[in-house]
Design a protein around this ligand. Structure first.
Ligand SMILES: Cc1ncc(COP(=O)(O)O)c(C=O)c1O
Length: 403
């Protein structure tokens, strides 16, 4: 649905002066496009959606419908995937700290646990010994240098003694299967991707076995408006760029081998970034020592895009607008630096709606209950307004406190 003041006005009258707009149609399209782009080069490919990036159940269900995997990093997210109806065998559990009681149940259901440390390998071995009649499926999160200037704290250093100990621990335990080799690097620039693929291929050669799956993690840029691209110092790759590097390396190495591993990536932002907008209302416009400032019902905490001016549209909602130069649009919190957009020039009035695009990743899930409960999430991509998450209330925030 193309946004206009009429539609925003109707939504505002019914759901309040600030809300998120989810585009589940775009999410589905992104999934299919990303999957087919990689599959054209390396057919044995799939996507494990990073739940934490935006765990809106509607989105997680779409991934499951499209036969993608669920990539989770906590027992809370395991519970979510199971509640949605994801087959445990299609849930991949990453993360440095896992609740061992839940790990045990999860492994017994056939779920995949990616081991992050030697201590975790020992715990999984203990679980395996308690359940000799069950085969437990594990992976190892591999930590190596892709020359991105980051010393990652995640996973097992593939050049250290712990890695050999973890591999031996798995190999020497009759009922543990190493099904997954996994890595993840946060930097999204394409220049670090060849080293990811080569690093994983190197590990496979070194341990002398091909796992069922090789997972190159997330850390891909998604689609974005040119105005946002221009604010990055690096070039923003598209799906094809990532596919030619990552799937290309796997096609070259494993080509038509019968035991070729399934290649996975774990995107969050690349799938969901452009699938959510935030809409808020301009409440005040003031001038402080010659600087104009407009306060929005909305916050940087709602959009999670610090340090950039996000793609923004202003919708005139009927009040008389004035022209402003270099006005800052700021949030409702008491944080001085809570700025949604710095230096806007254009017409504006109190009551106008500000619509910010590209806030699908790490926004909703990272919004603290600071000062206000969160706003509703609505999906209008199918031509009507569907409530995906109702607006939070006082009770949602305070029910866990003792009064
Ligand atoms: C293990 C793992 N996989 C996937 C992701 C998703 O990353 P992105 O949103 O950059 O694609 C993350 C993000 O931190 C991660 O830690």
């Amino acid at each position: 649905m193309k946004l206009n003041a009429g539609i925003l006005g109707e939504i505002r009258a019914k759901y309040g002066e600030a809300f998120y707009l989810l585009d589940s149609v775009q999410f589905r399209e992104n999934f299919c496009e990303l999957k087919s782009t990689f599959s054209k080069i390396y057919p044995y490919f799939n996507i494990a959606y990073s739940y934490k990036t935006n765990y809106t159940p509607r989105l997680c269900k779409i991934v499951n419908e499209l036969r993608g995997y669920a990539e989770v990093v906590s027992e809370m997210e395991v519970e979510l995937a199971l509640k949605i109806g994801v087959d445990p065998k299609r849930i991949i559990w990453n993360g440095p700290i896992k609740n061992l009681k839940v790990v045990e149940e999860f492994l017994l259901q056939g779920g995949i646990v990616n081991i992050d440390s030697f201590e975790e390998a020992v715990s999984v071995k203990t679980i395996a010994e308690r359940h000799e009649e069950h085969i437990l499926n594990v992976g190892i999160r591999c930590n190596f240098d892709v020359h991105d200037s980051v010393l990652s704290r995640f996973g097992v250093d593939v050049d250290g003694r712990d890695f050999i100990k973890v591999v031996d621990c798995i190999k020497n335990t009759e009922n543990i299967r190493l099904v997954d080799l996994h890595c993840h690097f946060a930097k999204r620039q394409i220049e670090y991707w060849p080293a990811r693929a080569e690093g994983m291929i190197d590990i496979i050669d070194r341990i002398g076995m091909i796992p069922k799956r090789v997972d190159l993690g997330g850390g891909l840029f998604g689609k974005m408006e040119d105005s946002l691209k221009e604010q990055f110092t690096s070039i923003i790759p598209d799906y094809t760029d990532y596919a030619s590097v990552a799937a290309g390396a796997f096609a070259e190495k494993f080509g038509n081998m019968v035991d070729a591993p399934e290649l996975l990536i774990e995107p969050g932002s690349a799938l969901v970034g452009d699938c959510m907008k935030f809409a808020g209302t301009i409440k005040t416009i003031k001038c402080v020592r010659k600087k104009y400032i407009a306060s929005v019902l909305g916050s940087q905490k709602n959009i999670s895009m610090p340090g950039v001016n996000p793609p923004l549209e202003i919708f005139a909602m009927g009040e008389k607008q004035q022209k402003y130069e270099d006005i800052d649009l700021v949030g409702y919190t008491c944080i001085e630096a809570d700025t949604l957009y710095k230096g806007y020039s254009g017409t504006l009035a109190c009551g106008d709606m500000v619509v910010i695009s590209n806030c699908g990743s790490y926004s909703l899930v990272m919004k603290p209950p600071f000062i206000l409960p969160n706003f509703p999430v609505l999906d209008i991509s199918n031509g009507e307004v569907e409530v995906i998450k109702r607006g939070e209330t006082f009770d949602d925030v305070f029910r866990t406190f003792c009064f």
